[in-house]
Every structure is written in C-alpha cells, then in structure tokens.
Ligand binder design. Structure first.
Ligand SMILES: Cc1cc2nc3c(=O)[nH]c(=O)nc-3n(C[C@H](O)[C@H](O)[C@H](O)COP(=O)(O)O)c2cc1C
Length: 314
C-alpha cells in the first residue's frame, strides 16, 4: 500500500516533501522535457528581483571537495517577465511553484510580493534574505534580526500567500532568526542557503571566482544544515523546509526527522537531473516499511539518555 506523502507548509499543500531548490532548477520549464514537473512536491524558481539582472561575469562556479562554490550573482529575468512568460506554462504543467524573491530594499521585496500576489499560480513566496554573493540585499537583511523581521513583516502586509523567508547559515545562532521570522508573521522558514566561502588558484594567486567569494553547497554542508534544522525545530513550531547537500532518500529522511516538513534539493540535481523519482520512491518505501505518513516523520528524532545529556549541554 502506498503511504501518504503529502505535507503542508502554511496553506500550501505539497503532494510530497521534495522540492527543487532555487537557483538549481532554473524556472522549472528548462527541465519540462525530462521531468514531470507535477510529480515534484514543488519547484522553488531562480531568485527574482523587480528588474532583470545579468549576474556576475564568469567564472561563477568552482568544484570543491564534496560540494561546489557559486557566485552567480542572482542573474534573472525580473518578476514581470516571470509572471507573463514562465508562470502560465508552469501552471499548465501542474507545477507547485514557490517563487524565490530578492530585494535591495525592504520596499523592493514588498513590491515584488504585491505583483506576485495578483498573479495566478503562485504557491508561496520564498524570501531570499540570505544570498552570500551579492552586495545589496541578500545577507544584509538575513544577518540582522531586525532586517529579517522588517522584510518578513513588509511582505506579510501585502500578501495572503504563504511567506517563507530563507535563512542564512552564516550566523552564530540560526534559531534566533527563525524566531524573528515567525514573530514577523512567516508561515514557515527554509534553510540553509549557501555558506560564504572562497577558493584560490595557487598558480595565479587569484580567487577562482570572479566575485572573489561565493556560496558553498552540496554534501559537504549537510551535517551543519541538519544541525541547524534541528535547532530551529526546537525554537519554533512553524514548518521548516530543510536543505543542504541532500543527495539520497536517506538524506531527505534525515532532514525530516530533524524537523523539516519538506526539503529542497539543489547541487545533487546537477549531478543527476533525474534524481527526483529516486528520492520520492525511496521516501515512499521507507514510509511503507515503517507504516508512517510523511507528516509523522517530521521532528520525530528520538533521544536516548546519552543523547539527552548531549542535547541539554548544547
Ligand atoms: C548555482 C546555485 C544558484 C543558487 N541560486 C539561488 C537563488 O537564486 N536563490 C536562493 O535562495 N538560493 C539559491 N541557491 C542556494 C540553493 O537554493 C540551496 O539553498 C543551497 O545550494 C543548498 O542546497 P544544496 O546543497 O542541495 O545545493 C543557489 C545555489 C546554487 C548552487
């Protein structure tokens, strides 16, 4: 018997907990010939500003041990073109769309949210307040509790869509940012964005990325991301979308047991663009084996005596 894979993030119902991560799946349509977009729990589309952006010049991607470093610089077509060119076909293909939005000011986030609130076919707004490789916006808001609160509250005021700020791991106490987001009216939080990082070409003694620094993603960051999801789960009871290095069904389960209601998969889909069925099937088989629904798994982490001692001292 097949188990119930559906989960809910605020008012957004997902048929399964597996979402394509922002920036790693384009606007979804690029993959429509390969992947049945309606099979995915959701698609978080590439981050959008109000206007089109070119992003940084190459090189923008560098391979690292068990991960990759990127500094794309949020290249994108701008929210209005997204609404007219991308949303209608996404809707026709039955995709559940989370729109990842960026801003250089609180007002820009709110303006983009207003435009998307009027559009048909948007499932939720994911607020990118955590991009490590742009100058204005991004981590400027996500590394400040006040900035996080301001952006979430401003967007909350102009939309009834689920609002999901995406938190940066580049802070000491990520859980306090989840609390700030919840207090400002967020329906959930997603984490983690990439870790600020750097790679140097020793022959030229220059940074390998044109931007100097970039964001680290992939399996290398997974245990840190799992820890952060666990900490946020203990601090807030709004839904969490967890991500960072997920490459197998076991990784999905790990994030969900730590407290994620759903997950996103980014870097691993560059290695295997057809990863989705493997992940969904693996989670379904696990749920069958354990006689559970996906929702039962969320935050089901067990602590023995040894673990409880560790947890209280942390
Ligand atoms: C090439 C690339 C582009 C990304 N672009 C965005 C973006 O536009 N908005 C965003 O919120 N996160 C972006 N991210 C971060 C991912 O959505 C995700 O948070 C991060 O990569 C960790 O997940 P992963 O290890 O599965 O890739 C990007 C990541 C990569 C590798």
């Amino acid at each position: 018997m097949s188990r119930d894979l559906s989960v809910a993030i605020g008012g957004l119902r997902l048929s399964n907990p597996i979402i394509a991560a922002s920036g790693c799946f384009g606007y979804g349509l690029e993959y429509a010939d390969l992947v049945d977009l309606s099979r995915l729990g959701g698609i978080a589309v590439k981050g959008l500003f109000l206007e089109e952006r070119e992003g940084h010049p190459p090189p923008r991607i560098v391979e690292t041990p068990s991960g990759m470093l990127n500094a794309i610089g949020l290249q994108g077509i701008g929210v209005r073109r997204f609404v007219t060119e991308k949303l209608p076909p996404l809707r026709n293909l039955g995709a559940t769309v989370l729109v990842n939005i960026c801003g250089s000011s609180v007002e820009e986030y709110a303006e983009i949210a207003r435009i998307l609130d009027d559009a048909e076919g948007v499932g939720a707004l994911e607020l990118n307040i955590s991009c490590p490789n742009i100058e204005a916006g991004g981590m400027m808001f996500g590394c400040s509790l006040q900035g996080t609160h301001q952006v979430v509250a401003a967007v909350r005021r102009v939309t009834r869509l689920p609002v999901i700020p995406k938190l940066t791991p580049n802070v000491t106490d990520v859980a306090s940012f989840a609390v700030a987001a919840r207090d400002a009216g967020a329906d959930g939080v997603s984490l983690v964005n990439t870790f600020l990082a750097m790679a140097i070409d020793v022959e030229t003694r220059r940074p390998k990325l044109s931007n100097g620094m970039g964001g680290l993603s992939g399996p290398a960051i997974r245990p840190i991301a799992v820890r952060m999801v666990h900490q946020c789960r203990q601090a807030v009871d709004i839904p969490i979308i967890g991500m960072g290095g997920i490459a197998s069904a076991g990784d999905v389960l790990e994030f969900m047991i730590a407290g994620a209601t759903a997950v996103q998969v980014g870097t691993a889909s560059f290695v295997d663009p057809l990863i989705w069925e493997r992940l969904i099937d693996g989670v379904e088989r696990y749920l069958d084996r354990h006689g559970m629904r996906a929702a039962d798994l969320v935050g089901s982490l067990e602590f023995g005596e040894r673990d409880a001692a560790w947890n209280s001292s942390s």
